[in-house]
Each structure stands twice: as structure tokens, then as C-alpha cells.
Design a protein around this ligand. Structure first.
Ligand SMILES: C[S@@+](CC[C@H](N)C(=O)[O-])C[C@H]1O[C@@H](n2cnc3c(N)ncnc32)[C@H](O)[C@@H]1O
Length: 396
């Protein structure tokens, strides 16, 4: 439940209490106040967003993965309100600068800038709501399921929406250095693509897996942990609509002009998913390959993934587990920007030694440090680029 839901519910409860008190004093010995109170409270509970109540007393059957998908849908449905509220706070902040300064802010176009951000948020929300509606149909989510959903942080919704730009728009050119290494490595080290499985952990919105699937592999499996990313990746397929995506709304910093801040790219859905591409929602650490004996080779392709590990050893084990007894390749490309409260934060050299220690044989490791953006605003005043590590290792 977000703050505006909470305020709304609180207001409803207060009004209901006042009505009940008035009825009670008007009909002191009657059942009417009790009946009206019960109806009012039931309506508030049903109409209001009380996910914990629905979860506890009505909808106890929802499995954890389904609950996460529902939370992802609810989070996207709240994107518009939550982001407009954030922008409204910027507008409200003008009261602190004083009347004369506010007039000057208006003269230089700041109010128009705020309005332009509002409009862009509304357009982004068409995509957010489109994904939510699609996921409701795709996964048979009922209105009651949605009542049990929880709004996660808006930053997650923003992250998912901006990834449409990373993977499926003109900004996707930032993936070029990744594709150059991935494609040449697959061409060089995979003997027979038609007998090879490629597993892509932490696949985000799935562009890399999509392009690899088009290269003619027997099967490509993505494994994505975030319900939001996963439903957005599913949404890529099964339609032809175009959406404007505004990837740089999230911050007012580093912009040269309001136009730059609110510039958009275009994402278009794809009618058909490649037949050999399979999207999985789950934790890569628990992922298993069915019938591995049907493949000559299994490739694990980790892109901008390794540094998401809390425990890097778990990722090593998971990669080795996926490869099992098969001939295996591990193609890695990405930075070492550790995030999720990591237990170990190895250097590139330490990871190289760890591969050797665990029986991997390096086939290629180009010099590290080629720069690649990640949703980098190339027209902004601050531009983040990651130095890439790259390797191809084999086992068995
Ligand atoms: C930095 S993003 C990279 C996404 C994509 N590979 C790209 O380059 O755009 C890392 C992704 O890994 C996912 N992830 C993190 N831990 C995971 C796990 N244990 N299993 C599967 N996915 C995971 C995150 O949800 C996120 O989508």
C-alpha cells in the first residue's frame, strides 16, 4: 500500500466512524447503526487496498512465484501515481524559494519543464499499464489476486520501464560491444549450434537471448529473478504496438535542457518469439536443465550478471551445475560492480584464479576495460560507462 492509498483508506475509515456515531446517537436502541457500520466496513475493506488482509484471510493459496508476479503487476499499476507524486513534490518545493524567485523560475521555463516531465510520465505509464494488463491475461491473475498484491518500490518499476530502452530501442547500441564479443565467441567455440543449449542468467529484458536464439541454437533458456523484468520481457512478444519510452525522467540532475531531459526513444513489440527461445522466471542458482544428454554442448552466457551475486561461489556452482557432465562453455561479459551485500568482491585476477582452481580452462580473455554504457544518457552532463571483463572458459 502506498502513501496515497493509506491516506485514502484512513479518510474512509474516519468518515465511516463519524457516520456510525451519528447513527448511534439518532437510533440509540436500534440495530440500524450496527448493520450500516458492518456494511460500511466491509465495503472499505473490499474497495481499499489491504493486501495483508486479503492474503491472510481470503487468498491463502498464492504460491511465492505467483505472489511476486502479482506484486510486479501492482507495482507497474502504481507507476503513474507514484511518479507523478514524486514530480509534484518538486513543484511543491517551489514554495520554499519565495514568491519572487518562483516567478523567475516560471520565467526561465521551469514550470513548463515540470509539466513536460508530468506528460512524459503519463506516456511511460501507457507502457507500464500495457505490461500489467498483458501479464494479468498471460498468467490468469484474478481481481482477488491483485487485491493481495503489494506495491514494491517505484524505483523497481522505473528500472523495468527504462530497460525497454536499453534492450529494444536506438539506445540498444550500447549492447554492441557485448554482441561483438558474444557472437564471435559463439561462432568460434560452438561446434554445432543445432545441438547446443545456451542458458542466459539474469537476462533482464532479453535482447541478448533473443539475438542469440536467432543464430540457430537448439534451445536458448533465459533465467530472470525479477518478476518485473520477467513480465516486461514476456510483453516484448505477442503484439506489434509501438510505445514511446522516456528513459531519463528519473532525475533532474545532469540535463542540459528540458528537451534533453524529456527526450524519448521508441520500443515496438514483436509479434513472434523465436521458437527456440524459452523465458524462465526464477533464481538461476536453482535452475536445472531438462534432458541435458540431448545436447552436444551447453553454453552459459553471463552478461552484466556476475557482479549481482551475493555469493560469487553460488554463481560458480550454478554455472557448473547447469553444464553438468556435458561439454561446457562459459562466456562472460560485464563489469565488476558488486551490489547486493556481497560476501566476496573478487578482482578480475582473483576470478581468473578461481576458474583455474575449479577446473575451468580459459580459451580467451581479451584485455579488460573496453567501455560500455548502461542506460547511459549520452547527451547528459554525467555519463557512466563500465569497463568490461570478457572471457570464454570451457570444462569437460
Ligand atoms: C544488471 S542486470 C543485467 C540485465 C541484462 N543481462 C542486461 O545486460 O541488460 C542483472 C539482472 O540479473 C537479474 N538477477 C540477479 N540475480 C539473479 C539470480 N540469482 N537469478 C536470475 N536473475 C538474477 C536481475 O534481476 C537483473 O535483471
Amino acid at each position: 500500500m502506498n502513501t496515497s492509498d493509506r491516506t485514502e483508506n484512513l479518510t474512509r475509515v474516519c468518515i465511516a466512524i463519524v457516520i456510525c456515531m451519528l447513527l448511534n446517537s439518532a437510533f440509540p436502541k436500534s440495530y440500524i447503526p450496527a448493520i450500516v457500520s458492518a456494511i460500511l466496513m466491509a465495503t472499505i475493506l473490499y474497495k481499499g487496498n489491504f493486501p495483508w488482509l486479503v492474503q491472510k484471510f481470503i487468498n491463502t493459496e498464492m504460491s511465492i512465484p505467483k505472489q511476486s508476479l502479482v506484486d510486479a503487476i501492482v507495482t507497474l499499476q502504481h507507476y503513474e501515481n507514484a511518479t507523478l507524486t514524486w514530480n509534484q513534490k518538486k513543484r511543491n518545493n517551489l514554495k520554499f524559494v519565495g514568491w519572487e524567485s518562483k516567478k523567475q523560475a516560471k520565467s526561465v521555463g521551469y514550470l513548463h519543464h515540470l509539466d513536460a516531465v508530468d506528460s512524459s510520465i503519463r506516456i511511460n505509464s501507457q507502457l507500464a499499464n500495457g505490461v500489467a494488463e498483458d501479464a494479468i491475461k498471460r498468467f490468469d491473475i484474478t481481481p482477488l489476486d491483485l487485491k493481495a498484491g503489494t506495491f514494491k518500490t517505484n524505483s523497481r518499476a522505473i528500472e523495468a520501464i527504462t530497460h525497454f530502452a536499453r534492450d529494444w530501442s536506438s539506445i540498444s547500441e550500447e549492447l554492441d560491444p557485448l554482441f561483438k564479443f558474444i557472437n564471435s565467441s559463439l561462432d568460434k567455440y560452438v561446434k554445432d549450434k543445432s545441438k547446443t543449449l545456451v542458458v542466459v542468467p539474469g537476462s533482464g529484458l532479453g535482447r541478448i537471448a533473443h539475438e542469440v536464439a536467432k543464430m540457430g541454437f537448439a534451445r536458448v533458456e533465459t533465467v530472470e529473478f525479477s518478476g518485473l523484468m520477467y513480465i516486461c520481457n514476456e510483453f516484448v512478444y505477442g503484439g506489434a504496438e509501438k510505445y514511446e519510452v522516456y528513459p531519463f525522467l528519473g532525475s533532474y540532475s545532469h540535463h542540459t535542457t528540458a528537451e534533453n531531459h524529456t527526450r524519448h526513444v521508441t520500443f515496438q513489440r514483436i509479434q513472434k518469439k523465436p521458437e527456440n527461445l524459452h523465458l524462465n522466471y526464477g533464481d538461476f542458482r536453482k535452475f536445472t536443465v531438462s534432458n541435458p544428454e540431448q545436447y552436444d554442448q551447453i553454453v552459459v552466457l553471463s552478461a552484466f550478471f556476475l557482479d549481482t551475486a551475493q555469493n560469487m561461489f553460488d554463481y560458480f556452482k550454478a554455472i557448473e551445475n547447469v553444464i553438468g557432465e556435458n561439454k561446457g562453455l562459459w562466456i562472460n561479459v560485464g563489469p565488476l560492480k558488486y551490489g547486493t551485500a556481497p560476501y566476496v568482491e573478487f578482482t578480475l585476477e582473483e576470478i581468473r584464479k578461481l576458474r583455474e582452481l575449479r577446473g575451468w580452462k580459459d580459451l580467451d580473455e581479451p584485455e579488460a576495460g573496453e567501455l560500455a554504457g548502461y542506460l547511459t544518457n549520452k547527451e547528459g552532463l554525467w555519463q557512466g560507462y563500465y569497463g568490461l571483463t570478457k572471457w570464454v572458459s570451457s570444462r569437460n
